[in-house]
Structures are given as structure tokens and as C-alpha cells.
Unconditional design. Structure first.
Length: 266
């Protein structure tokens, strides 16, 4: 089995470059922000970070394909880097420090492309998380200064902490009542949003989280980090991995109950 450690080291190099780029424009008074066709914002910093990452990949991994949020797919082949230059752009443009660059390597295999390397770097928080298939998940300042991640062992919903992004998506999906029932059943709820709840699940700080509408670049890095920390990452349909257009992540012990509530429609 490939060990992917060289790819992981390279993903850290990409994240270092992206962090320098995004932090240089964070809270800039002249930051340019546009509205995309789907009515979500994109800043000049999003575009610059993705262009920077693509340039590094084209020089160092010319045979690998690239999928990025801002510039789409380039190349073909069994290996594909998936990039969200700034996950949490709405936070970024308002000066909220909860945003991150998400970088994942996906490899073709049984059942389609699956993530084998993931790095989530949140420089404004001073935090980074990463994982490689078969090697576990870690957090720290660098590869040489890190601690291993483990999900929690909470086994009862009444003891569990549940994180989500917003209410509107659950209402649009027709699952708001099931979602609200879940919030009443658990010990605690918080709307952390974006990449952060998945990292908190991997750390064991919270126990379950879910979002009703996502793209592959929102999920690929998160998925490998959660699963390598011992957790479960699926779509709301229960399909393992980041391919369902939505996500549910947990410590594994509560996953069936999580999906049961979030698929309840009435």
C-alpha cells in the first residue's frame, strides 16, 4: 500500500504558501469581493490562493489533475488534488478568523475517487490539521510538532455535542423537524460552521456534525481527517466519503442515530 507521506509533506508546502497569501490580505481595507453566479462571495484572496496552489502543483505534480472551487478541473488521471482556497469566505471578508484552506489528494479506486491525504490550515486561528491514509490524523504547528487526533467515546445522544452550520438548508431539504428533534435530544448544540466542526469531531471535542448542502472541495480534506481519527464521515444517505453533496460526521458510535434524525421528513 502506498504510504502517501511524500504527498502529505507536499500538501503542507502548499498550505504554507496559501497561508502566507491569505493572511497578507486578511482584514485588508481594499480587499476586492465579487458575487459569483450562485450568489456566494469570492474575494481576490480566494483566487490568488488557488492560483498559487495550482502553480505549485503544475510544477511539482504535472501528471496529477486539479479540482478547485474557483477554477474548476484541469487534467485527468488517477490522482486528483482538490482545493478550497478559502473555506469560510463570508467569515474572511468580514474579519472573522474562522476560515481555512482545504487541500486533499484523491486517488481513483473502487467506488470512484477517495481522499488519501488531507490538510486543513486555519492560519488566523493558528491551527492546522492533517491526515494520510493509514497513518492517522494529527494537529499541530508542523509535521515535527504535532499530536495525534482521536474522536470521542461518547455513546449517548443525551451526552453528545452536535454542531451545524445554519437552519435554512435543513428547511430547504424538508428535514427541519428531524433536525430540531435532534437538537432537543443532544446535550449541547453550537453552529460553528464550515470546516471547524469536522476538525472538532476529529479532536474529540464534539461528537457529531452535519451540513445539508456541500461541494466536494468542502468535504474531501475533512473526510480523510475524520476517518483517520477513528470517526465516520458519510453523506446524509449513509454513503461513505465526500460524494453525496452533503455530509454527516461523528465519532462512529452515534452515526446511525444522527442519520436517522436528519433523514426524518414530516
Amino acid at each position: 500500500m502506498a504510504d502517501y507521506l511524500d504527498d502529505l509533506r507536499f500538501a503542507h508546502v502548499l498550505a504554507d504558501a496559501a497561508d502566507a497569501s491569505t493572511m497578507s490580505r486578511f482584514k485588508a481595507l481594499d480587499l476586492k469581493v465579487e458575487t459569483k453566479p450562485d450568489m456566494t462571495p469570492v474575494s481576490e484572496a480566494d483566487k490568488a490562493a488557488e492560483e498559487l496552489i495550482r502553480g505549485h502543483l503544475q510544477r511539482s505534480r504535472p501528471r496529477d489533475a486539479i479540482l478547485g472551487e474557483e477554477y474548476g478541473v484541469e487534467g485527468t488521471g488517477p490522482r486528483r488534488w482538490v482545493v478550497d482556497p478559502i473555506d469560510g469566505t463570508k467569515n474572511y471578508v468580514r474579519g472573522v478568523p474562522v476560515w481555512a484552506t482545504l487541500i486533499s489528494l484523491m486517488e481513483a479506486g473502487e467506488g470512484g475517487y477517495q481522499p488519501v491525504v488531507g490538510v486543513v490550515s486555519a492560519p488566523a486561528l493558528g491551527r492546522r490539521w492533517w491526515a494520510a491514509k493509514g497513518h492517522g490524523a494529527f494537529t499541530g504547528r508542523s509535521l515535527s510538532s504535532s499530536s495525534r487526533l482521536h474522536v470521542s467515546r461518547v455513546s449517548k445522544l443525551s451526552d453528545a455535542s452536535f454542531a451545524y452550520s445554519s437552519l435554512s438548508g435543513w428547511e430547504d431539504r424538508g428535514s427541519l423537524n428531524g433536525f430540531l428533534d435532534l437538537t432537543r435530544e443532544v446535550w449541547r448544540t453550537r453552529a460553528y460552521g464550515d470546516f471547524w466542526p469536522y476538525m472538532l469531531v476529529a479532536e474529540g471535542a464534539i461528537d457529531l456534525c452535519a451540513e445539508p448542502e456541500l461541494s466536494l472541495w468542502d468535504m474531501a480534506a475533512n473526510a480523510i481527517i475524520v476517518t483517520e481519527a477513528g470517526g465516520t464521515f458519510t453523506g446524509l444517505d449513509g454513503r461513505p466519503g465526500p460524494h453525496s453533496g452533503n455530509a454527516a460526521a461523528s465519532n462512529g458510535l452515534l452515526h446511525d442515530e444522527l442519520l436517522g434524525y436528519l433523514n426524518e421528513r414530516y
